[in-house]
Design a protein around this ligand. Structure first.
Ligand code: MD3
Ligand code: FE
Length: 220
């Protein structure tokens, strides 16, 4: 079907076709249909498992604030990185993964060509002005054949997408409110990071950027 927009907005062209970053890495622009309800869920989760700046094994405090939902939560401290069933701050299980989150992650993975993705972990990152994430690989999960689904909400950020070696050249990709990126297959172990967040004000998230990464931490 062809539709005609009576009020075209020529200012910023937004592509809704999936953008391929690699053989098995795809950006789904504005894929999130109800960002407000996701943010409401995040707020409710942070009331149970509060935002915290985790320690790296090297003793530094991460600039990104984090919490988790789902059966497993990603944690970092002086002892290392791992998945844990209990929140070390509360000694209680992490808040459950909402069905709407599961469905969104599943549908995004499906749209990128990965069928049957059922995450058991969701790491929720909150970036304030200046917060960043250095180049790293996600390799704390048991089954590297499972993809990772990443949802961006709020202020835009520049994502760095590298290769399989830390020293490989990186591409820059602007991730905006509602964008989803799916990583699997040969791109699953690529180095990646986020440049320091620029100050700004977003209509739904204020001065923050949120990122949710859906993972399958434990093999079925
Ligand atoms: C590429 N988060 O939490 S999401 C992380 O925006 C993380 O907060 C970033 O990296 C953020 O670990 C980037 C995009 C992403 C997630 C996982 C990947 C890219 C990936 C796994 C492999 C390759
Ligand atoms: Fe990562």
């Amino acid at each position: 079907m062809v539709t005609y927009d009576l009020f075209p907005q020529p200012a910023v062209p937004v592509s809704h076709a999936p953008e391929r970053l690699g053989e098995d890495a795809l950006v789904l622009r504005a894929f999130v249909t109800d960002p407000q309800s996701m943010l409401d869920c995040i707020e409710a989760m942070a009331a149970i498992s509060p935002w915290r700046h985790m320690q790296t094994p090297g003793g530094y405090e991460m600039s990104v604030a984090m919490t988790n939902c789902g059966c497993y939560g990603w944690v970092s401290d002086r002892k290392g990185y791992r998945y844990a069933t209990e929140d070390p701050l509360t000694d209680r299980p992490w808040p459950a993964m909402p069905t709407s989150f599961l469905t969104l992650a599943h549908d995004a993975a499906q749209a990128a060509g990965f069928s049957d993705f059922v995450p058991d972990a969701c790491l929720i990152n909150r970036y304030a002005q200046g917060a960043k994430m250095g180049l790293h690989q996600d390799k704390d999960e048991e089954d590297m054949r499972q993809p990772i689904v990443s949802v961006s909400l709020g202020l835009p950020a520049i994502f760095l997408f590298g290769g399989l070696k830390r020293s490989d050249k990186t591409q820059r990709v602007l991730l905006q409110h509602g964008d989803i990126v799916v990583w699997g297959g040969e791109d699953r172990l690529r180095y990646h990071g986020i440049l320091p967040l620029k100050a700004g004000m977003h209509a739904t998230t204020g001065e923050y950027r949120f990122n949710l990464t859906f993972r399958k931490a434990v093999e079925a």
